[in-house]
Design a protein around this ligand. Structure first.
Ligand code: TXE
Length: 495
């Protein structure tokens, strides 16, 4: 097989002089600084985007405040209609968006189509449905009545204002859609700051949003480094930040938001997610489960698992079956439809993973499979299996965000629970067993925002998602996101 041909519209889009998307259209950046976008499959520069300066930030915030005035007064049904239309436009432009995404992130084209576009449209429609269903409560106060007066009270859910959406590079389309859909359905406006590594797809989506009827300023896109995100959070004209990314940056964002002006913050961070195989597990099922849990998109998924705990008697055969599966994966160009395993998204990340391989060796962990970079201009690393030497090994404790499954044996279920919870993080975890009754008894003991049974990594818009412990604050999806994007106003009436 070979690479699919890029659509003419993709080549044309990549070659553009990309401005910033402010007030419903492109504007030239105030600085001449440019950020290069590099295709991680071959190291080639595929596009350049602007690095926004302070006056661009002011301009985007001003526009978002004006956009908020219009959008927050737009009827819920009309807001939903725009989001439904945008979902249709995502699907109509599916191949173009998927190809842009693959070129900038190295995501294999099947995943770009199925997750970055199809799933993004699915999430968007789910959020759109909420626009007409956001309600408050009626309450009867118990205040004293001296002359027959009565009281009633109700609550209003009001949009929080101008949201700053800070997006990482691993799912640059879908995560941007989660943020803009949450903001727009509740009547907020939003400024998206994409990752400097993957800034392109959201610029195209901003154009589609205008085509769908979104008023100017309701969605602005500012490309640039992390400093642009920082300046947006601290800007007096913004009201909330929704951040997805690494734990250290998330902590800096949270502190910055609090220090600035008590800016509301939702933080969806990474972690060190666990998989626990109970003894009754079928070994083939376990090996397939590890591919789903740890190797989709080369493990570059915040909910992916990195620590795998199996009973001492089963750990060797599970790792052997997993090695066989990894050996059969077709590694190659992400634009080749036959490829099952592509590059990681950028050189820095590839080097970081190389550092983890070194650390594993220096700590005397056993590299059971892989453990090397793949030579060439692209950012490829081998899918890797490691057997940790001790529970203190770095590979069992630090997020690698790569295709590295680290194993450790347990003897008793008590020990398994201890191992799974022995981390400062708590985004996700999974248990694999045929004994559902046992699984349901163990679920409450597991410290994670999401616990899957016999599955891992899959997210559904109806099911809340977010971390406990150091994996974040707040929830996306379900009805839970509404709390984070609205303020509750109480109205009390004497009559
Ligand atoms: O992520 P960051 P980076 C991990 C992964 C990777 C490492 C670094 O291991 O190797 O993090 O990646 C913006 N104020 N994850 O540097 O720093 C930044 O521009 C406001 C895990 O890409 O978390 C980008 O848009 N914004 C993770 C976004 O924050 C700031 C997903 C994420 O950047 C900022 C991605 C600041 N001070 C990487 N500094 C996950 N678990 O989901 C940076 N940004």
């Amino acid at each position: 097989m070979s690479d699919i041909a890029l659509l003419p519209s993709v080549s044309q889009f990549l070659g553009r002089d990309h401005g910033l998307y402010i007030d419903g259209g492109y504007v030239a950046c105030s600085t001449t600084a440019k950020l290069k976008v590099i295709n991680p499959a071959n190291g080639e520069v595929i596009a350049q985007v602007s690095d926004a300066g302070q006056s661009d930030i002011d301009c985007a915030v001003n526009s978002a405040n004006l956009g908020f005035k219009i959008w927050s007064k737009t009827s819920p049904a009309a807001r939903a209609a725009v989001l439904f239309k945008l979902a249709d436009l995502l699907e109509q432009n599916r191949e173009e968006l998927a190809q842009i995404e693959t070129c900038q992130s190295g995501k294999i084209i099947h995943i770009a189509r199925a997750f970055e576009v199809d799933q993004a449209a699915h999430f968007l429609r789910y959020y759109a449905g909420w626009a007409t269903k956001i309600t408050g409560e009626t309450i009867t106060p118990s205040l004293p009545s001296f002359a027959g007066e009565r009281y009633t009270a109700f609550t209003l859910r009001e949009p929080v204002g101008v949201v700053v959406g800070i997006v990482p590079w691993n799912f640059s389309t879908m995560i941007a859609i989660w943020k803009l859909a949450s903001a727009l359905t509740t009547g907020c406006s939003i400024i998206i700051k994409p990752s400097e590594f993957t800034p392109l797809t959201i610029l195209r989506i901003a154009e589609l949003a205008s085509e769908a009827g979104l008023p100017p300023g309701a969605l602005n896109v500012l490309t640039g480094s992390g400093l642009v995100g920082k300046a947006l959070i601290e800007h007096p004209g913004t009201d909330k930040v929704s951040f997805t990314g690494s734990v250290p940056t998330g902590i800096a964002v949270g502190k910055g938001a609090m220090d600035a002006k008590l800016t509301r913050a939702t933080l969806e961070l990474g972690g060190k997610n666990s998989v626990g195989f109970l003894r009754d597990i079928d070994l083939d099922k376990a090996a397939d489960g590890i591919i789903e849990a740890g190797f989709l998109h080369s493990g570059q998924i915040c909910a992916a698992a990195e620590r795998f705990f199996a009973h001492r008697s089963q750990i060797e055969p599970i790792m052997e079956k997993l090695s066989q599966r990894l050996a059969s994966l077709k590694i190659g160009s992400p634009l080749d439809e036959a490829t099952q395993f592509g590059p990681v998204t950028n050189k820095q990340h590839q080097q970081k993973l190389a550092g983890f391989f070194e650390t594993a060796r220096s700590e005397n962990s056993t590299i059971v499979y892989g453990g090397k970079l793949i030579e060439g201009p692209g950012c490829y690393v081998e899918p890797t299996i490691i057997l940790a030497n001790s529970i203190n090994d770095t590979l069992l404790n630090e997020e690698t965000f790569g295709p590295i499954a680290t194993f450790f044996p347990y003897d008793t279920e008590e020990e398994l629970l201890h191992l799974m919870n022995n981390t400062p993080y708590g985004l996700s975890a999974s248990l694999w067993t045929n004994d559902l009754s046992k699984a349901l008894r163990l679920v409450p003991e597991i410290q994670a925002g999401t616990v899957w049974v016999n599955m891992h990594t899959m997210l559904d818009p109806a099911v809340p998602f977010g971390g406990i412990k150091s994996s974040g604050i707040g929830r996306e999806f379900g009805s839970a996101f509404i709390d984070d994007y609205t303020e509750l106003k109480s109205v009390m009436i004497r009559y």
